[in-house]
Design a protein around this ligand. Structure first.
Ligand code: AMP
Length: 433
């Protein structure tokens, strides 16, 4: 890690803007998983103890940029408008009514205030009068949390004036939002890229995420096993290719495995297949062979006749050979033999990284493969085990294995981009050591 961290700068009496990832899951205004808040505490506490005036900012969800003139419709909304189901105006009116309540960071501020001895104030806007007043009133060793950055389209639009306003709150910028470090937005990179804050360093969370993941990728203790799952091959093209170069064994399960199985000449019934990527899969199979790497695919598969609706509805299942899935069946999870095959490989490894479920794990009857992999990681003695965020991280946490795994990343997308070998803009922009 060649980037400066909060330890490398003097923050006493200074105003420090910290980009956090407080995008926590919420239900009816109640935080249902506070992992990301807990993950941000070491940096915040350190800065407070050092006597900084700490200004925290984050996004929450995907609002329609309701505080600004420019409103963006997402893909789902655009489809609804195109199909005549509703109008853009109606969507915006609804967003203006619902989102200030639904996507406010106020519950996060309340929880942070409890965790930090009542030293956290909440600004009800981002670049308005309340934020300016609360930042000005912030004393050394205290905190202010600004409202949801994405209430302004300028956050994702990297708008210069918005960046200038954010920069006016601080002498030092700290990025500790690993979950959004792969995004180049106003608060994650542009504020520094535009030269508006000269001192820009990372927090402890980013430092930890990087040191564990980048280190394991670059200098793995071998054997190094990488496991990829999830829905689509197309989403993980570069990850597959890059990991194949780094690991000794690449395990592919989940929806993406059927395109590989078809590429090998198997029949996959109605399973998820990306026909356009068959040639890519053939290339990867050849690449593995040429490089002397092991590429493991499922040997047996749990199938159903139809996709469960709703997703967690009971289903009739049977197990078949992966390369001979009947025409009227779809592959939904890895079978028992595959679970053992994958688990044994994981348990004999010294470095393991995992991203993506092995099946439609949202359904308890189709979750055995994902659970088996999580369990194997938890049982891999003496190995560095890394879970790259998202669904696989949630599975490990829900199963109670979190403390048996070396590192569970707080960023699904960001960790995948690291696995791809990409440079993350939120980290690249920070001061070098
Ligand atoms: P991703 O976002 O690419 O990591 O994919 C996660 C999603 O993949 C989950 O919602 C799973 O239900 C889905 N998935 C995993 N295996 C399969 C499968 N065999 N068929 C369809 N979807 C799957």
């Amino acid at each position: 890690m060649n980037k400066k961290t909060v330890r490398d700068v003097d923050v006493k009496g200074k105003r420090v803007l910290v980009r956090c990832d407080f995008n926590v899951p919420m239900k009816d205004g109640v935080i249902t998983d506070e992992n990301r808040i807990i993950g941000a505490l070491p940096t915040i506490k350190y800065l407070m103890e050092q006597g900084a005036k700490v200004v925290l900012c984050s996004h929450m969800g995907k609002p329609h940029s309701i505080f600004s003139a420019e409103v963006k419709l997402n893909k789902k909304d655009k489809k609804k408008v195109e199909s005549g189901e509703t109008t853009a105006e109606a969507i915006i009116e609804k967003a203006k009514k619902d989102e200030p309540k639904k996507l406010t960071l106020a519950p996060v501020a309340k929880r942070l205030n409890e965790l930090l001895d009542g030293k956290v104030a909440f600004a009800t806007d981002v670049v308005g009068n309340d934020a300016a007043a609360k930042v000005a009133a912030c004393k050394n060793g205290e905190c202010v949390l600004l409202e949801n950055l994405r209430f302004h389209w300028e956050e994702e639009g990297k708008e210069l004036e918005f960046c200038k306003k954010l920069a006016s709150y601080c002498d030092v910028y700290v990025n500790d939002a690993f979950g959004t470090a792969h995004r180049s937005h106003a608060s994650t990179a542009a504020i520094v890229e535009y030269g508006l804050v000269k001192t820009a360093v990372c927090g402890f969370l980013i430092e930890k995420e990087l040191s564990v993941m980048a280190d394991s990728l670059e200098h793995p203790v071998r054997p190094f096993v990488a496991i990829l799952g999830g829905a689509k091959v197309a989403d993980k093209l570069n990850v597959i290719s890059n990991l194949l170069e780094k690991c000794d064994t690449l395990i592919i399960g989940g929806g993406m495995s059927y395109t590989f199985i078809k590429a090998q000449g198997g029949t996959v019934g109605t399973s998820l297949v990306d026909d356009e990527k068959i040639d890519y899969c053939k290339d990867m199979i050849k690449k593995a062979k040429d490089m002397g790497k092991e590429l493991l695919l499922p040997v047996d598969t749990v199938v159903t006749k139809a996709f469960p609706d709703p997703i967690d509805a009971p289903v009739e299942i049977k197990t078949v050979e992966s390369k001979a899935i009947p025409d009227d069946c779809m592959g939904m999870d890895i079978g028992e033999k595959t679970r053992k095959l994958f688990a044994d490989k994981v348990k004999s490894a010294k470095t393991v990284i995992w991203n993506g479920p092995m099946g439609v794990f949202e359904n308890p009857m189709l979750a055995k493969g994902t659970i088996a992999v999580a369990e194997a990681l938890a049982e891999a003695k003496g190995a560095t085990t890394i879970v790259g965020g998202g669904d696989s991280a949630a599975a490990c946490t829900q199963l109670g294995f979190a403390d048996k795994i070396t590192h569970i990343s707080t960023g699904g997308g960001a960790s995948l981009e690291l696995f791809e070998g990409k440079v993350l803009p939120g980290i690249a922009c920070l001061n070098d050591k």
